[in-house]
Each structure stands twice: as C-alpha cells, then as structure tokens.
Write a protein that binds this ligand. Structure first.
Ligand code: HEM
Length: 488
C-alpha cells in the first residue's frame, strides 16, 4: 500500500499515526561490509532502461499496473533494469541469478523499504518491517511458533474450522445464484491465523475482531492508480472512521496480551510462546507494544495472501476441468474422511496446483529494499538511497524459465520438471534471510482447505465475470470472485 506524499501526510495525521509507535526510520539498520561484491574495473555502468516522461519518469505506468510494467521491463531490458520513479532512479531485478546475488550477497547493503507505507504505520515495527538487531531478535523469538511440529499440531483445528465455514455454502449449493467466495476465504483464513496467534482467547473475540478487520479492508485508502491521483487524498470522514477501527483493534489485542500475562496460560499460540520468551538475551523484556506490533504484523501478513491464493486457485481450476478432475481424484483417495496430518504428503498434486497459482498470481506481486550504499549487481551500478524492486510476478513470467508463462500447468512443479530450476526463479514467499516465516504454515492451511472444499463442492466461475488481478496490499481480483456452487 503506497500513498504518495500529500495523501500520506494527511492520512497519517488523521490516523494519529505519529502517536502510534511506528515502523523504524528507513535507514536505521547497521551497515557492515558486504560479504562479497563483484570486482569492477572503473565505474560500473548504469543498467539499461527507459527514461520515461520528464519529471514523472515511469511513475504513471507503475501506478496504473505495476505487475504489467515490471513484466514488460524484464522482457524488454533484461535481468536488471533502471527506470525513474519521478526523478529518482529505481531498479528492478528479475533474473534468478541476479536476485540471488542481490538478496543474499548484498544483504548488508540494504534495508526493507518502509517508505510511504501506511500499513507499516498502522501495524508498527513487527517482523515484516523491522531491520538489523530488532529484526533478528523478533525472528528468533517467533520462529518456534512456525516450527513443523507446531504447524502439524494445528491440522485438526484447521480442518474443523474450514469444514464449519465451507458448509455455509449449502445455501448456494446447486442453485443458479452466484456467490462471491473472496470474502469467505478472507474470513476463514483470519479465523485460522487468529487462533494460531492468540490461542483460545481468539475464540471469545473472533466475531468482532474479524468484522473489524473486514471493515478496515473496506475503508483502507485504495492504491493510487493514476499519476495525479494522490492529489486527491481520501476523505477526512473515511480516515477518521478508519482510525476508530484501528484503535478498537489495538485495544482488543492489548486486552488479549494482558489476559495472557495475567493467566500465564501455556498453550500452543504464538502469543503464549512470545510471552514466555519475552526476556531477550540482554535481559530486556518485549513490552506490550512490541507484542502488539508483532501479533498484528503476523495477522495482516498472514491472511490476505493465503485468501487471495485460494480464491485465484479455485477460479483457475474451474477454467481447466482436466486439472480440477485430477486434483479431485487425489482428494477422493481419502475416501471421504477428514484429511489428517498423515495425508499431507499424499496431497502432492494439490500442492502443485497451489504452487502454480502462487506462480501465476503471487499475492506479494513485488517487494522492495532501499540501498544504504552504492553497489553493483550483475556488474551494473546500483546507487545508494535508491529503491530496488523484486517482482515475483515478473520473475514468474520469464519465458526462458517458464515457457508459455500465462498457461496454468501444475506439472511445472512435478519433481521431474522442477529438477535443476533455480530456487530464485520461484519466489512467492520471497528469498534470502527475509524469506516468509509463514510460508510452510500457509501451504499446509491452503492444502487442507482445498481438500475440505473438494470433498464437498465443485465451483464454477460465473460466466462472463471479468477476473482482473489488481494491485493493493496484496494482488486480488478486482471485482471479487462470484462462483456457482455444485455439490460433488
Ligand atoms: C500465501 C501466503 C503467503 C505469501 C504469498 C507470503 C509472501 C511473503 C513474501 C513475498 C515475503 C517477503 C517480503 C520481503 O522480502 O520483503 C513475506 C514475508 C513475511 N511473511 Fe509472508 N506470505 C504468506 C503467508 C504468511 C503467513 C501465513 C504469515 C504469518 C502468519 C506470514 C508472515 C510473514 C512475515 C512476518 C514476513 C517477514 C519475514 C521477515 O522479514 O523475517 N506470511 N511473505
């Protein structure tokens, strides 16, 4: 979510975000020498790329559709491109080998890009946005919450919650009335993530909590998609309402933290894990605000991404009945009983379908860094203070790695076809040390939800409904995803 200057300042002011504890200042991380920098003789050349319009550079095209623009840049100019966002040089790196060089070898030369992010200002300095030692401490403290054993311990609960949600579709089953599944996927994943993060206390507050988050999504300022769109900031009334919603959400999270502290309850929630690990190596405590930042960050990072993936996958399956039949046949092997942890491995084709969806529709369509130093990537100059963008959407469409890139073919992820492919060619969960902490959890949740759906219903996209992926905090279908629901 990027707001340009005028709108952002006003939105920040009205949201009172200056008084919320906000994300780190952009250039806060410690700078150390790079582990390896390609030697260059003389000054390195600038990467190729378009000049764009005077003053605005390529900003108009980026705003209109960043996914399309980055894909075009990668195809026209190659693995590293320099373009101008306004007058500022900005870099796009799309070749797998250069992504590796940048994210891994230059890891000490950049920080996460938190500039202009309203989301960062709202959810605070959690794992997604922090850098340097703060990030390291947060990652170490949170990692046990995402261990394999903890993910597996949540399988039964995931299946129970998914079943409960999906059975609400009975109302639409075998009728001619289309039903929009996008909000359903969002609410379902929120229930799962909420339980996983806050534990049993989430059961008591989930209804209002999810309602609030859905309303926040509705009131969130839309991504500005025209060059001058930022000159028209969101209406004050809308921003005030949003602030009220965020405050209420904050209060609920703080109440859950206080309750956990008072009860000292030991359960498998991340809140319980973090509360017990709240003294760091130097004896400092994670205060309530840090716990709140952490929990809200994980909540927001975790639900829209998976909800978008499931929505797009169910849509694509409906367009390709052959692929859907194969997935349904795999699920039918369970013999109609509920999926269990031991079945996860057997749902291999289901997982391939999820990977192919994440390739074609990566919810995090781009992520970025800000350079602390001048450096080189692929022998080209990358300048200090500039932004470097990595676009999973563009990298997942490089024709030499992914022939017929728009074609939906889960067999690309069969063992045979995946052999020898660079791990940096498929990056829906990012790469390097900032790799998504929740990826394995998300995959297990999505696999189980898919199985629960496939045991009950066949979904068909509403005929004639245009499905256009649009940029936002994550990539999602512009006009929802109405489908016709049939019992299997
Ligand atoms: C389909 C599901 C998901 C997708 C596609 C996804 C995607 C990503 C991507 C691309 C990044 C790297 C961003 C960067 O390098 O700047 C990331 C990081 C992160 N994700 Fe996810 N994510 C998903 C699910 C989750 C879940 C379920 C959680 C937690 C409950 C989560 C929490 C995080 C956090 C905390 C980070 C920052 C990690 C760090 O910097 O150490 N994500 N995610």
């Amino acid at each position: 979510m990027r707001l340009a200057y005028t709108g952002r300042r006003r939105a920040d002011f009205l949201l009172g975000l200056a008084s919320r504890r906000t994300g780190p200042p952009p250039f806060r991380a410690m700078v150390t020498a790079p582990t390896s920098v390609a030697p260059t003789a003389g000054p390195a050349p600038d990467p190729p790329g378009p000049k764009g319009m005077p003053w605005f550079g390529s900003q108009g095209e980026v705003r209109a559709n960043p996914m399309r623009f980055y894909t075009r840049m990668a195809n026209e100019y190659g693995g590293i491109v320099r373009f101008f966002y306004g007058r500022k040089p900005t870099y796009l790196i799309s070749e797998p080998e250069l992504i590796r060089e940048f994210l891994v070898e230059r890891r000490d030369l950049y920080v996460k890009n938190t500039r202009y992010s309203l989301l960062v200002r709202a959810i605070g300095n959690g794992l997604l946005n922090s850098d340097g030692q703060t990030w390291q401490e947060q990652r170490t403290a949170s990692q046990p919450g995402f261990s394999r054993s903890r993910i597996h311990s949540q399988v039964d609960r995931t299946v129970a919650i998914a079943t409960q949600h999906v059975e609400r579709w009975e109302r639409w089953a075998d009728t001619a009335e289309p039903h929009d599944i996008e909000p359903d996927m969002s609410v379902l994943i929120q229930e799962l993530i909420g339980q996983s993060l806050l534990g049993p206390v989430f059961g008591e507050i989930s209804e209002r909590f999810v309602e609030l988050v859905e309303e926040i999504r509705e009131y969130w300022p839309p991504t500005v998609r025209t060059l001058l769109g930022h000159l028209k900031p969101p209406p004050i009334r809308r921003i005030r309402h949003l602030k009220g919603l965020l405050d209420e959400l904050d209060e609920m999270v703080f109440a859950a933290i206080r309750k956990q502290r008072e009860s000292g309850a030991v359960n498998d929630s991340l809140l319980s894990i973090l509360a017990r690990a709240e003294v760091d190596e130097e004896g400092r405590r994670f205060d309530e605000q840090s716990l709140r930042d952490q929990l809200l960050t994980l909540y927001f990072a975790g639900f829209e991404t998976s909800a978008s993936t499931l929505t797009f996958m169910l849509y694509r399956l409906s367009l390709q009945p052959g692929i859907r039949d194969r997935l349904y046949a795999e699920v039918a092997e369970l013999g109609g009983r509920e999926p269990e942890q031991a079945d996860l491995k057997a749902l291999g084709y289901t997982e391939q379908c999820l990977h192919e969806t994440l390739r074609v529709y990566p919810p995090a369509y781009n992520f970025s860094r800000v350079m602390l130093e001048d450096t080189t990537v692929g022998g080209y100059r990358v300048a200090k203070d500039c932004m470097v963008i990595i676009s999973p959407y563009a990298t997942h469409r490089l024709p030499k790695v992914w022939p017929n890139p728009e074609g939906f073919d889960p067999d690309r992820f069969s063992e045979e076809q995946a052999k020898g492919r660079s791990q940096f060619a498929y990056i829906p969960f990012g790469a390097g040390h900032r790799y998504c902490i929740g990826g394995p959890l998300a995959l297990v949740q999505m696999k189980l939800i898919t199985a629960v759906i496939a045991q009950r219903y066949r979904l068909d996209a509403k005929p004639g409904h245009p499905v256009e992926p649009i940029p936002g905090t994550v990539m999602r279908p512009e006009r929802g995803m109405p489908v016709l629901i049939r019992r299997v």
